[in-house]
Design a protein around this ligand. Structure first.
Ligand code: FES
Length: 259
């Protein structure tokens, strides 16, 4: 399905933890066509400010339900958190190019999530479910970890890292990834590493994967004005020139990006 602009009903919009909310929308067309890594551009209110839509990655689909999680970080997401069940939201989507994965992925898959980076990776874990991917989740502290139960429910093997050591490995999730790859026998090396999280984390994942000669797919975050390739406000530098995160991404091969 090409991206369309539609009004969709809010099924629920609930706080799940700290500043994080889960939004569930009713749209069979988007649920059927969305793939992990794609996002929606959401107009958070019909009148008044903010005017610009907010890009939010798709967290999962279930029947005709489309799930998103978002963090309240500014005026747009604050307004969105005030929207209620039964109201309608104007959205455009699904947008962007998501993760590449086969029906039968070659080699093991490792998913690396930092903070809100769990959002698209849970959707990917669901699609990779028969292959039981290994999921590494990092956050500042135990309180900030998200979606652990959901990943477990998909049969994923998991490892956790927290900056303050309040849960799992003490340190960055990227240190844990590097250690894991060093300790892995060649035969057990992953075929794919998928990551989503803050920019410094993604840069570190790309470097580590390069060092271990493993391909990575990274989902980038950028401020997006239009969300469909028109304003050039979201470009990143790659080995083959500037690319639009909203159009040619948000998922790029780590080895293609110029940091
Ligand atoms: Fe306008 Fe990407 S947000 S080109």
């Amino acid at each position: 399905m090409t991206a369309t602009q539609v009004k969709v009903k809010i099924i629920s919009n609930r706080k799940i933890k700290n500043n994080c909310w889960r939004l569930e929308l009713d749209s069979g067309a988007i649920a059927r066509s969305a793939s992990p890594g794609q996002f929606l551009e959401i107009k958070v209110c019909d009148e008044g400010l903010p005017l610009l839509r907010r890009p939010i990655s798709i967290h999962g689909v279930n029947g005709s339900r489309v799930q998103l999680i978002y963090e309240v970080v500014g005026s747009g997401t604050r307004v969105l958190s005030g929207r209620r069940k039964g109201e309608f939201l104007d959205i455009i989507g699904p947008l962007g190019k998501g993760f590449e994965y086969g029906r039968k992925p070659v080699g093991k898959s490792v998913l690396v999530a930092g903070g809100m980076g769990v959002a698209p990776l849970l959707f990917l874990a669901r699609r990779l479910k028969p292959a039981k991917p290994l999921v590494l989740i990092g956050a500042g502290s135990k309180e900030q970890l998200l979606c652990l139960q959901e990943f477990k429910a998909f049969g994923c093997r998991m490892a956790i890292a927290t900056d303050d050591g309040s849960a799992g490995f003490k340190g960055k999730v990227t240190e844990m990834l590097d250690r894991l790859l060093r300790e892995m026998p060649d035969a057990g090396r992953p075929g794919n590493i998928y990551a989503c999280g803050p920019q410094p984390m993604l840069k570190a994942v790309a470097k580590i994967c390069r060092g271990h000669n493993i391909s990575s797919q990274l989902s980038l975050e950028r401020h997006m004005a239009c969300g469909f390739g028109a304003c050039l406000g979201c470009v990143v530098s790659t080995k083959s020139g500037y690319k639009r995160v909203c159009k040619e991404g948000p998922v790029f091969k780590g080895e293609e990006l110029v940091w």
